[in-house]
Design a protein around this ligand. Structure first.
Ligand code: PMP
Length: 405
């Protein structure tokens, strides 16, 4: 069932503002999404009337805050269809979730010569933690190449998998090409070789229905701020049996069962991985955001964004000198491009003057830029509140800029 974009837009106060006297056309949603009023209210109301530190308090407010925080864990569990809340670890975001796995899984399961495989289209957050581990432990980092349409070469993955492969870590959806990687198929390939699969869901959770049991991935990570939730809160999903065997990531409050100077024992899952005061207001607000998108329906959101992306691609193809990156049919809500003779930074700056916010640069995917032989790209990315008129404004804006050169 479709939804009314006009009605949806009323939920997002920022969308009524102007920049340089022009209506804001916000097309930088892959970097972060805007927040609906219900998320903003959830944060404000919790600080106004509930705020107290969670878990350790016997008093009323602490128990109420704890309840909201733990209810949020159940909302996340349900949203991605994990088996148990023990499998839902709250983190600061995708980057921290990835570093947690690299550090803790690396500590427990990886030794010199073991192999981790990433792909050529990964965000730096899914490259650098593995390089740090390579420096520390002497693991081998291998890379799945892509074709020029932006598809992973799965036959090359097959060839890269060896008895020493321990983990494959790939994006579900690329933040540049918007390729939707066949992670279910990849999980089968990886498991057939006795290795594990980590999926970076930063760009998928906001756009498509994710079911971690159906995908059968071993870890799944995402950020709250890209799915209409607050900044500073994210999720690590991991299969319970696996998380159980991994050592803590950080030490401190919340993650302990008992501390003496001689020996400390750790809390049960998921608390073992949650040292220190969590962002309990953020987790509650994230749950409100997930309930908001669930209410609209992920299928309806995906269909709306797909239509916008197709329209953008179609119209942009007609622009002289246009180079589009990522041409798979089922791609997600991102259009990355360059225009011959115009630097992407100039393009972004001039579009900004027209009120159109896009992102330019390497998009934290420098190896991918190297694949295409460019230093950077322009990128427009869509969300549930974007309209066809905004896509048209983008296309008209690009034409206008192009004529200046
Ligand atoms: N992975 C992907 C695919 C991303 O798009 C991003 C954000 N651009 C990240 C990881 C990092 O997310 P965060 O900055 O929220 O940790």
């Amino acid at each position: 069932m479709m939804f009314s974009v006009d009605e949806i837009r009323k939920d997002f106060p920022i969308l009524t503002r102007e920049v340089y006297g022009k209506p804001l056309v916000y097309l930088d949603n892959a970097a972060t999404t805007q927040k609906p009023q219900c998320v903003i209210d959830a944060i404000s109301e919790e600080y106004c009337s509930v705020n107290a530190n969670v878990h350790r308090g016997v008093h009323f407010l602490s128990q109420q805050a704890t309840q909201l925080h733990e209810d949020a864990r159940e909302v996340v569990r349900n949203f991605i269809n994990a088996r148990s809340t023990a499998e839902i670890v709250f983190t600061r975001g995708t980057t921290e979730s990835l570093n947690l796995v690299a550090s803790s899984f690396g500590e427990a399961f990886l030794k010199e010569g073991d192999e981790v495989i990433v792909s050529e289209m990964e965000h730096h957050s899914n490259i650098v933690p593995w390089q740090l581990l390579r420096d520390k432990k002497g693991i081998v980092l291998k890379v799945i190449p892509i074709d020029d349409c932006g598809r992973l070469k799965l036959e090359e993955l097959e060839a890269l998998l060896t008895p020493r492969t321990r983990l494959v870590s790939v994006a579900h959806v690329s933040n540049v090409l918007a390729t939707v990687n066949p992670v279910k198929r990849i999980a089968e390939m990886v498991h057939a070789h006795g290795a594990l699969l980590l999926v970076d869901g930063a760009q998928s959770v906001p756009h498509i229905k994710v079911d971690v049991q159906d995908l059968d991935c071993d870890f799944y990570v995402f950020s709250g701020h890209k799915v209409y939730g607050p900044t500073g809160v994210g999720v690590l999903y991991g299969k319970e049996a696996l998380l159980d065997r991994m050592p803590p990531y950080q030490g401190g409050g919340e993650m302990i069962a008992r501390v003496t100077f001689e020996k400390t024992t750790y809390e049960r899952l998921p608390y073992k991985f949650e040292a220190g005061t969590p962002d309990y207001v953020g987790t509650h607000a994230l749950a409100v955001a997930l309930q908001y998108v669930s209410h609209i329906g992920m299928e309806a959101i995906a269909a709306h964004e797909h239509a916008l992306t197709q329209l953008a691609m179609e119209q942009m193809r007609g622009i002289k000198g246009m180079q589009l990156y990522g041409e798979t049919d089922d791609k997600g809500a991102v259009v990355a491009f360059n225009i011959e003779g115009i630097h992407h930074l100039d393009l972004g700056t001039l579009l900004d003057r027209l009120g159109i916010a896009i992102r330019t640069g390497h998009h934290c995917a420098q190896p991918l830029m190297q694949h295409y032989g460019v230093e950077g790209m322009a990128r427009a990315s869509f969300a549930l509140y974007n309209t066809k008129a905004e896509v048209e404004a983008l296309v008209a804006g690009i034409e206008r800029v192009r004529r200046m050169f």
